[in-house]
Design a protein around this ligand. Structure first.
Ligand SMILES: [Zn+2]
Length: 273
């Protein structure tokens, strides 16, 4: 399953044989990937091969066409613009999508993560640009280039996983989360809380107390609350969760499906008291 949607809207500036992957951020907080697709479709000179936000990643310029993106190093690189989010949740989603897209492109070239660099590196290495992105954007959210590179590396290693719930069917659960259904969606009523894990799939929870019980179990095993996700994205919410789940994966493998389900069942009896 590719995270990249084909949406070629710009021809760039001549042929390209890239050696590197350049990572940018747009410096235009709140503007979406589609906003950029629309801008770049109007003969814009500075279109880049990909643009991603908190719901999507678009492939906008053919891979073998040169983009004006990093100054003197333009002939060396394929690139991605990461749209700048204005909320923590969107930032996290955006990082997940961008990391998946970068991993896909590195894999397509047979490159390691050492071929992926921030715009700042191209500015320093080749000149002709003084941009330092995406450092300032990452820093605003307490994030680092090193963390991003490590995440892409994880994707390349396959440790983070598993692209679809069908891939995970029958496998040992690596992660759990609570999903709040904020819109009527996928057959679940608005306001439903669901447990999701690779082992159980989506499991509606009968009462709010179940969430507390699950959190208690999570705290016991991991010292952390269960991650909570919301279904308000226009993207299919299961897919959206899977994109997010890599960041939020509980690495420990000692979660016990039966214990959690028993806790749900036990706690359901107390609901409303
Ligand atoms: Zn840039």
């Amino acid at each position: 399953m590719s995270v990249i949607t084909e949406r070629i809207v710009n021809q760039g500036h001549g042929p390209l044989t890239p050696q590197y992957l350049a990572v940018h951020s747009t410096a235009n907080p709140g503007a979406t990937a589609l906003n950029h697709v629309q801008l770049w479709s109007r003969g814009y000179d500075y279109a880049v091969h990909m643009v991603s936000d908190w719901t999507s990643c678009y492939h906008t310029v053919q891979w073998d066409r040169l983009c004006w993106q990093v100054g003197n190093g333009n002939s060396t690189c394929e690139g991605i613009e990461i749209c700048e989010a204005t909320t923590r949740a969107d930032f996290d989603r955006g990082i997940a999508i961008a990391a998946s897209a970068c991993a896909e492109r590195l894999r397509a070239h047979g490159w390691g993560v050492d071929r992926m660099h921030p715009h700042q590196w191209f500015s320093a290495t080749f000149g002709g640009s003084d941009h330092t992105d995406p450092y300032p954007y990452f820093a605003r959210w307490g994030y680092t280039w090193e963390a991003f590179a490590a995440r892409v590396q994880n994707e390349l290693d396959g440790t983070a996983a598993v692209q679809t719930s069908s891939d995970m069917e029958g496998k040992e659960p690596l992660m759990w989360c609570i999903i709040w259904i904020e819109d009527d969606h996928a057959g679940f009523a608005k306001g439903t809380g669901c447990l999701w894990s690779p082992g159980t799939g989506v499991l509606p929870l009968p009462a709010l107390d179940c969430v507390n019980a699950l959190n208690a179990i999570s705290q016991h095993y991991t010292g952390k609350d269960l991650p909570v996700f919301h279904s308000s994205s226009k993207a299919p919410w299961v897919v959206r969760f899977e994109q997010l789940s890599r960041e939020s994966t509980f690495a420990r493998r000692d979660h016990d499906t039966d214990a959690i389900l028993a806790a749900i069942a036990g706690n359901a009896g107390n609901a409303g008291k």
